[in-house]
Design a protein around this ligand. Structure first.
Ligand code: ZN
Ligand code: ZN
Length: 342
């Protein structure tokens, strides 16, 4: 089968011909119908985040059709539409048992630790697969599995309550979902901060108050718009020290800043004024939970989460097309989400 793979860090991905993977007793072979191209993939290609061993097929946002089910699999049959939680876990350790499987010592992420979805087929334990209702197109099912799921996890970690206000820093794939999910969870006001007018226009259509950080100082603007109170929840979804600092500085008393953007750089904060005095919290967000996916799939099915504007483009399973999309992500371009359709 064809697979677009990272062969060497810092080099463009390459199209390779590889064997169709073998299916274990409790595994599914899935024919990939859509695989989202994520900002993390640009980090893997650049060597900024480490992948397991090379060559490796990237792509961790996958939806498709069951081609073959192992003999021990129950609940899935060939022809079934599925989307895949991106972690293959042991299912038995204490973290797996308590539903925090992202900390499972043997967790292997597709497209990072094991072969991912930029291919014609992928193999995955059946317990990582979720039925994808007919109403949700494959492209949207794929991106539900990363950006939407992580946005929901960030809001859950930040303990968003109905009636609270939210600021979302960064309107990419995560931010677009975060705005809608915050509304679905009952947020009274959602401010969306970015520097791209096109992206801000899109989230405005979903009821967010756009703040263009290229034209103003976003923290001052949030304070002005909230009667100097600040927001109850701030999400940082970009991974820049400046926006992390802004997220914390925009908090109200007892506010919670959830940081989901990835960076290895440090950021400065004045502890007394910004944290202690307000009893504010800074919360780390790592991935998301399989247990959060059914709710997300149901919201997407009912249109409470509308991803039709999020998939801005599809590309074929070709190295050039995927590399160019990754180049665009590195430049923080206007595309919200691009999906590979093999
Ligand atoms: Zn992703
Ligand atoms: Zn485990």
């Amino acid at each position: 089968m064809r697979a677009v793979r990272l062969v060497q860090s810092g080099r463009p991905l390459e199209l390779q011909e590889v064997a169709v993977p073998e299916v274990g007793p409790d595994e599914l072979l899935v024919r990939v119908k859509a695989a989202g191209i994520c900002h993390s993939d640009a980090h893997y290609r650049a060597g900024k985040s480490r992948v397991h061993s090379l060559p490796l097929t990237l792509g961790h946002e996958v939806a498709g059709v069951v081609e073959k089910a192992g003999p021990a699999v129950r609940g899935f049959a060939p022809g079934g539409r599925v989307c895949l939680h991106y972690l293959a876990t042991c299912g038995e350790c204490s973290y797996c048992q308590q539903g925090s499987e992202q900390f499972c010592a043997s967790a292997a992420m597709i497209g990072k630790h094991r072969d991912g979805g930029y291919a014609e087929f992928i193999v995955m334990p059946a317990r990582s697969a979720f039925g994808l209702p007919q109403e949700i197109p494959f492209g949207q099912g794929a991106i539900l599995m990363c950006s939407s799921a992580t946005a929901l996890h960030a809001l859950n970690k930040a303990r968003l309550q109905p009636g609270e206000s939210v600021a979302v820093f960064g309107v990419g794939g995560l931010g677009f979902s975060a705005v809608q999910l915050a509304k679905a969870l009952g947020a009274a006001e959602v401010f969306a901060v970015d520097i791209k007018p096109g992206k801000l226009k899109k989230v405005e259509d979903f009821g967010a108050v756009p703040i263009n950080a290229a034209d103003c100082e976003p923290v001052q603007q949030i304070r002005r718009l909230t009667g100097s109170r600040g927001v109850d929840v701030a999400l940082e979804l970009i991974g820049l020290p400046l926006t992390m600092q802004q997220a914390v500085r925009s908090l109200a008393i007892k506010g919670r800043a959830a940081l989901a953007g990835i960076t290895d750089k440090t950021f400065e904060i004045a502890p007394y004024g910004e944290i202690l005095n307000k009893e504010a919290e800074i919360i780390g967000v790592s991935d998301h939970l399989a247990s959060e996916l059914p709710r997300l799939i149901e919201w997407a099915r009912r249109g409470k989460l509308d991803l039709s504007n999020v998939v801005t483009r599809t590309v074929p399973l070709e190295a050039d097309a995927i590399n160019q999309t990754l180049d665009g992500l590195e430049r923080f371009g206007e595309d919200v989400r691009v999906v590979v359709t093999p």
